[in-house]
Design a protein around this ligand. Structure first.
Ligand code: BJW
Length: 231
């Protein structure tokens, strides 16, 4: 971190690419298909209304898979940054997995929710959830069978946007790791950062859709490009 002497506040944005080497599938790399459905067709409130079993099966499968996976060297490097960086830091993740936390990071914001919660749309209470939802279990709080995954679908408002924009306004550096830049508002953070005069760095396997907006890009697998950046 020797080259970061003029940096005090950092916002890191992570996407599916940071967890790819832990064995968690990204959304768009392999054609973005799940049983012939694009993520845009499964991850919407309309899809859930139309075919709740299909959507719940998709999330039950992913919840179970994530629990078998482990943090990789990129998560560990970011956790090290979290422990050692005395300035401001916000790790904004679009991922619903908890690999940043399992690696030891604490300053994490899940803007697209978490696979570890179920959300009752009847009473609006979120409950810790590690099992399945396909059998339409009852909400532990109100007893209604109105549980859904506590994740943000297309057309819904991502979580904690006010805090994220406040952190961007205070930031000296914005770093985007392992995200395609296909999904807004996260894809727009680099331009928000540019407008605010914040330095921007992309760490991704390949140039993302927003690459041209970054001051600097380093390409390669997250486990190889993130640790040297942190150290
Ligand atoms: C590696 C690697 C390795 C691989 N190492 N790298 C314009 C402005 C604002 C909104 C819109 C807009 N136009 C359209 C919209 C609406 C919509 C949207 O963006 N649509 C697009 C399709 C155009 N957005 C929304 O509806 C959002 N809500 C919203 O906008 O509310 C209004 C609002 C406006 C303004 C401010 C505030 C609010 C909600 C979006 C919700 C997205 N939900 C999902 C599902 C979450 C639950 C779940 O996990 O199932 O979120 S969709 C999916 O995409 C998931 C991800 O978080 C998200 C991003 O994907 P990500 O992480 O980038 O993954 P990939 O697969 O796309 O890319 C992986 C990358 O990693 C690739 O680049 C690889 O190269 C790389 N990689 N291996 C490093 N080893």
């Amino acid at each position: 971190m020797a080259a970061m002497t003029d940096i005090r506040n950092i916002v890191v944005l992570t996407g599916a690419g940071v967890s790819a080497e832990s064995g968690i599938d990204t959304f768009r790399d392999a054609g973005g298909l799940w049983e012939q459905h694009r993520v845009e067709d499964v991850a919407t409130p309309e899809a859930f209304e139309r075919d709740p079993e299909l959507v719940l099966r998709f999330y039950d499968m992913r919840r179970e898979a994530i629990q078998q996976k482990h943090p990789n060297a990129a998560h560990e490097a970011l956790a090290r940054l979290d422990r050692e960086w005395e300035g401001g830091l916000m790790i904004v993740t679009q991922n619903v997995d908890d690999l940043h936390e399992r690696a030891g990071a604490r300053r994490v914001v899940h803007m697209h929710g978490t696979h570890l919660n179920a959300w009752c749309t009847a009473c609006d209470v979120r409950s810790p959830w590690t099992g399945t939802l396909i059998e339409r279990p009852a909400c532990p709080d109100c007893g209604e069978r109105s549980l859904r995954p506590d994740v943000v679908w297309f057309g819904e408002m991502p979580y904690r946007m006010d805090e994220i924009f406040a952190a961007l306004r205070e930031a000296d550096l914005f770093v985007s790791i392992g995200t395609s830049g296909a999904v807004y508002p996260a894809a727009g953070f680099v331009r928000n950062a540019n407008d605010l005069g914040v330095r921007t760095l992309e760490l991704n396997l390949e140039p993302s859709q927003g690459s041209a907006w970054f001051d600097e890009s380093r390409h390669g697998p997250a486990t190889q490009v993130v640790p040297p950046w942190v150290d």
